[in-house]
Design a protein. Structure first.
Length: 401
């Protein structure tokens, strides 16, 4: 993007003229600076044939509307370029076809070049502004990454629902496979949705008909999402990587610490690798197994991993073995009540700084806080209340560590 911002429009116009002069010299175009500029502006993928194509397509965009009479002067700049570069006619042949002198043709050609340069310049600057806006949006959402990790399975499901009609309208069938128990990713859910929407919409747009298969799986300390449209060799559009949507998705993904690989060796596939979150281990000490199971359901799809203990002795042992980030502690238990367990947790070096959430039907907040509890919840506990309290304790634990 820096090349676009520091380059003067006059220099840009000179690049356009030079590229047109060598439009059919593919080896020359492959090394052309305009190739790099357009790639950085997300208009293409720095490929020789793409630069050739984008220049011809941009000339076609100068074509006046059909309602403009064919004898009108508005057609001349467009035809001067289209006949010269699209049909490879000589200047003499172009002048003869338009019925104008060579001198007048030079004027119309100059007008056409000016219009073409303005069009390409506008595309570049708009693309630059678009990615600048994306930068600002990513920066705004970046602070939520660690606090609000996203569930891949849930987010992927929501994206597939969003694009279902769009895919159907293009005759594209979507299938997905998600590995069970995937860890959450260290990406805000809104950003994750935008990355997936941009990639999937692009693939639907250029794939024509057929099926796109999406697979999400665990990969080392990351989660990989692959989207593949397999149509066999040499059948996929050569410009399948040429999309502002793909560029924006890649930009967002890289800003979140991930990366993207694209291949059209056979069909077209996009591999997106997202950094995963290590689960936040929560130890629940409660003599009622059904209560432990309820809490597990409450945190389903989040980044919390619930470990249960149905006795005080088991709870203290697991607390020292697992070093949980949070302990959720019941009070009314046989043999050893929650107050004793809380005192033991606060006296053990390994657990003295671990936040403890006391859950009880007894309204003894003051006693709980005096013994070192970080939070107090009155039973019955709602899902929303548990999640918000866990989030508060997670923030407390992060500050201490």
């Amino acid at each position: 993007m820096a090349i676009i911002t520091i380059m003067e429009q006059e220099e840009f116009a000179s690049l356009v003229r030079d590229a047109l002069a060598h439009l059919y010299d593919l080896s020359y175009l492959n090394r052309h600076k305009l190739n790099e500029v357009l790639a950085l502006a997300s208009l293409q993928d720095a490929g020789t044939l793409n630069l050739h194509r984008i220049l011809l397509e941009s000339i076609e965009q100068l074509r006046p509307p059909e309602r403009v009479p064919s004898t009108a002067s508005a057609w001349r700049p467009y035809l001067a370029l289209a006949l010269r570069y699209g049909e490879e006619k000589t200047t003499g042949q172009v002048a003869q076809e338009l019925g104008i002198s060579l001198r007048q043709l030079r004027r119309e050609h100059a007008r056409g070049l000016s219009m073409l340069t303005d069009l390409l310049w506008q595309k570049c600057t708009q693309a630059g502004q678009s990615l600048t806006d994306v930068d600002g949006e990513v920066e705004r959402l970046r602070r939520f990454r660690a606090e609000k990790p996203a569930s891949v399975a849930e987010t992927l499901d929501s994206v597939l629902v969003t694009i279902a009609r769009h895919a159907q309208a293009h005759g594209v069938r979507l299938t997905s496979t998600v590995t069970p128990n995937l860890p959450c990713v260290a990406v805000d859910r809104a950003i994750l949705r935008q990355i997936l929407l941009n990639v999937f919409n692009h693939m639907i747009q250029v794939s024509g008909q057929g099926a796109i298969h999406i697979e999400a799986r665990h990969r080392d300390r990351a989660v990989e999402i692959n989207a593949t449209h397999d149509v066999g060799s040499n059948q996929y559009p050569p410009d399948s990587r040429d999309s502002g949507r793909i560029s924006v998705a890649q930009h967002l993904l890289e800003a979140c610490g991930g990366y993207m690989n694209i291949s059209n060796i056979r069909g077209f596939s996009v591999s997106m690798v997202f950094p995963s979150c290590s689960p936040t281990v929560v130890l629940v000490i409660d003599d009622n197994p059904e209560m432990i199971q309820l809490y597990r359901r409450y945190v389903g799809g989040s980044n919390y991993e619930m470990v249960g203990a149905t006795s005080g002795s088991d709870g203290l042992r697991l607390a020292q073995e697992l070093h949980p980030s949070i302990v959720v502690l019941d009070v009314m238990m046989p043999d050893q009540d929650g107050w004793e367990i809380l005192q033991n947790l606060k006296n053990l070096p390994a657990t003295k700084d671990t936040p403890v959430i006391v859950c009880s039907v007894l309204k003894e907040q003051e006693l709980a806080f005096s013994l070192g509890a970080g939070q107090f919840l009155t039973k019955p506990v709602s899902q929303q209340k548990l999640l918000s309290t866990l989030a508060a304790c997670s923030a407390m634990h992060s500050q201490r560590t």
